[in-house]
Design a protein around this ligand. Structure first.
Ligand SMILES: C[S@@+](CC[C@H](N)C(=O)[O-])C[C@H]1O[C@@H](n2cnc3c(N)ncnc32)[C@H](O)[C@@H]1O
Length: 315
């Protein structure tokens, strides 16, 4: 079977393993309970299970139906042996899952708390590279962008065709930090009067020509911010991240490590402020005064790592 996740390299995996091994349970060689909220191809999870003490168990979540299919085949053995418990769901519902069998009993058997949790918030290479997902302006596909394409939620096409111009401009500005948001929104609205915008190239073209000619061929493609904004909106990415952090801290055991990798400043800001707030309220320690970033070698191998920031909080 073709494995669409093979190419995905887990970001800062060595740094994550080193931090995980600093946990008191790892030092004492006692099994740890790990939770990976963004399982993807399972690269981080696999590396953690290989390096943590024997008997460690991992609870995994992912909302992408392709991840579910892949995980059930690729990790069948680990699932059968009770090393990985996979829940195909948005991580916003993780607390509810932990209240139900079999995770409830699992957490209780580890003393009631999670020892390490990881959120690798970016989209996966698989999602970016699958043209039908409509996430990348470099691939011709329908403007969908839902990570969970089985959900009822609106697609990017629904947003660009149906939102009032001002709301569309605000969305591009807020989630894409796109300073040309008004002009792009106006051009989208003019074009959609002629025909419904269906494909990535329909939108890419409008954004490209909204940019003044001298800015069209810079280091980042003009459509980058618009596509990011729509993806964030379609998936409610900032809302779910904001909502999940407090329940996540609550689910951690004392000394538990909460790790978050973000890929843009909007996400990183949410994590950074929450960690500071927790620290001020004496709920633990920030282990990364400055966020960790990928080393030179990783950047050379994996250009997508360039905007990744890892922050770690210890309860
Ligand atoms: C960058 S990939 C993770 C890659 C993974 N760490 C690995 O090493 O293979 C991000 C994954 O998180 C999932 N994801 C993003 N937001 C999510 C959410 N709110 N709930 C569940 N899964 C989510 C995506 O579907 C995607 O598969």
């Amino acid at each position: 079977m073709h494995n669409p996740f093979k190419g995905h390299r887990p970001i800062m995996v060595q740094e994550i393993i080193a931090l995980a091994l600093s946990h008191p349970k790892a030092i004492e060689n006692r099994p740890m309970l790990v939770m990976d909220l963004t399982f993807g191809g399972g690269g981080h999870s696999k590396a953690l299970l290989e390096n943590l003490p024997e008997g460690s168990v991992l609870m995994a979540f992912d909302q992408d139906p392709d991840v579910k299919k892949h995980t059930e085949v690729e990790y069948a053995e680990e699932i059968k042996e009770g090393k990985i418990y996979f829940t195909p769901a948005n991580f916003s519902s993780f607390s509810a899952s932990l209240e139900e069998s079999p995770l409830k009993e699992l957490v209780a058997s580890f003393g009631g708390g999670v020892d390490l949790s990881l959120m690798d918030l970016g989209i996966s290479s698989h999602q970016l590279d699958t043209a039908e997902r409509g996430i990348s302006f470099r691939r011709e596909g329908l403007l969908d962008m839902r990570m969970n394409y089985e959900s009822q939620g609106p697609t990017a096409a629904d947003l660009v065709n149906d939102l009032p111009e001002k709301e569309l401009a605000d969305l591009l500005f807020e989630y894409g930090e796109e300073t040309l948001s008004r002009r792009i929104a106006a051009n989208i609205c003019a074009k959609r009067k002629e025909k419904r915008l269906e494909t990535t190239s329909d939108l890419e073209e409008i954004v490209f020509t909204s940019y003044p000619a001298k800015f069209r061929h810079g280091r980042t493609h003009p459509a980058t911010k618009t596509f990011q904004a729509l993806r964030i909106a379609v998936n409610g990415e900032l809302e779910v991240l904001t909502q999940v952090l407090d329940p996540l801290l609550l689910a951690m055991a004392p000394k538990g490590l909460l790790m978050a990798i973000s890929f843009h400043s909007l996400e990183d800001r949410i994590v950074k402020h929450k960690f500071k707030f927790w620290k001020i309220n004496s709920q633990g320690t920030i282990l990364t005064k400055r966020p960790l970033t990928s080393g030179k070698e990783e950047l050379q191998e994996n250009p997508r790592a360039r905007s990744a920031k890892l922050r770690v909080f210890q309860k």
